[in-house]
Design a protein around this ligand. Structure first.
Ligand SMILES: [Zn+2]
Length: 369
């Protein structure tokens, strides 16, 4: 049966590659992926799937269910399709979409003979929008037993973690005054931001390996001759465990409170936007995925570089999940770069997309059989 599914995916290769190139050529930001969703919906409808666009009330979320539903495991393949501002598909989500469609269409060809439910979920806005978190809240992961997706990368790594992330905004309010004639009347909010960075930089020596805290100043005052009355910064706090991430957020808060005390500025400290949990890949799914790679003759690479964050982390706390990486380009090509955007429509990308589709389909077959 697997041979038939893989052969079907080979037959669909041109169509899948065309989908992937179209998404690549028309990058859409998170929650604006209307064209990508329409193209995916068309292909799945054509194969008999029952397709719901705007699933869960999320405009660019998609849920497609194969009509042959039977008792047994519910398996979802996940399609991301959002791009990065200014860089297009520098994270290769066009390939995530096309490989998920490939797995779904390949499996659809034999679904009549299998138990369980086959679902494709189109998951918008991975890049900071938390589309999957919205979809979890909307109940779209209920009733599922496994969620599978594959991310393109510069190395094939099956069992890889991700970092829990919290986004923090700090704003200091001081008092404006002439910076030369009456500086003693002013309270310098920018100094408080700078002191926060200084405190944070001292903290870095004493945080665990793998954690990351990085920030930018988003408001540094208006003019050099005015003592800044408002200043602000944004930080991303990341760690391999959710609890340690929370601990670091509190340490960052202490740095900011210390800066407020030192300067006399008042502080507002907020966790803003979506927080992503650290992923916990399911060991059985990891093993199953490795078996497919071995059958496909695709070697695994040594993990290199640090980790990022993904809303697939949150999915992995509500359903068994995997988020393996498949190589599409030379090792050490950085993600979110122009080189990676280029690679995401190159020959290696096509191979990676087909391999990812076959491997996900193989895992689903194992689950059902
Ligand atoms: Zn990505």
């Amino acid at each position: 049966m697997k041979e038939r599914v893989w052969q079907r995916i080979d037959e669909l290769a041109n169509e899948l590659w065309d989908l992937s190139l179209r998404i690549h050529a028309h990058p859409e930001l998170g929650f604006e992926e209307e064209r990508a969703v329409a193209w995916i919906a068309d292909m799945l409808q054509g194969a008999g799937f029952v397709v719901e666009k705007g699933a869960g009330g999320i405009s660019t979320a998609l849920r497609a269910v194969h009509p042959e539903e039977r008792p047994g495991p519910g398996v979802a393949v996940l399609a991301e399709y959002d791009a990065l501002p200014g860089l297009g598909h520098a994270c290769g989500h066009n390939l995530i979409a096309a490989s998920a469609v490939g797995a779904a269409l390949g499996l659809a060809s034999v679904k009549r003979e299998l138990p369980g439910t086959l679902v494709l979920l189109g998951t918008p806005a991975e890049e900071g929008g938390g589309g999957k978190i919205r979809m979890i809240e909307a109940g779209l992961f209920e009733g599922l037993d496994a969620a599978l997706m594959v991310h393109p990368a510069s190395g094939t790594v099956v069992d890889r973690g991700s970092l829990a992330i919290t986004r923090v905004e700090i704003v200091f309010h001081g008092r404006a005054a002439h910076a030369s004639s009456q500086p003693e009347k002013g309270i310098n909010a920018l100094d408080a931001v700078i002191q926060t960075f200084v405190g944070l930089n001292a903290l870095r020596q004493h945080i665990a390996d793998g954690a990351r805290i990085h920030g930018i100043i988003t408001d540094g005052g208006q003019k050099p001759n005015i003592v800044p009355e408002r200043a602000a910064a944004r930080f991303y706090v990341r760690a391999p465990e959710n609890e340690y991430r929370d601990e670091l957020v509190e340490k960052l808060r202490c740095c900011a409170e210390g800066a407020a005390l030192a300067t006399g500025a008042s502080l507002s400290f907020d966790r803003v936007g979506d927080e992503y949990k650290a992923i916990r890949p399911d060991p059985k799914l990891v093993a199953a995925f490795r078996r497919q790679l071995a059958e496909l003759g695709i070697p695994e690479d040594e993990p290199s570089g640090g980790l990022g964050s993904t809303d697939m982390g949150d999915v992995s706390w509500v359903v068994s999940a995997i988020h393996p990486y498949i190589r599409i380009t030379e090792q050490d090509t950085p993600g979110h770069s122009r080189e990676f955007a280029e690679a995401a429509c190159g020959e290696g990308a096509r191979r990676g997309m087909i391999a990812a589709a076959k491997a996900m389909a193989g895992v689903a077959l194992e689950l059902w059989q």
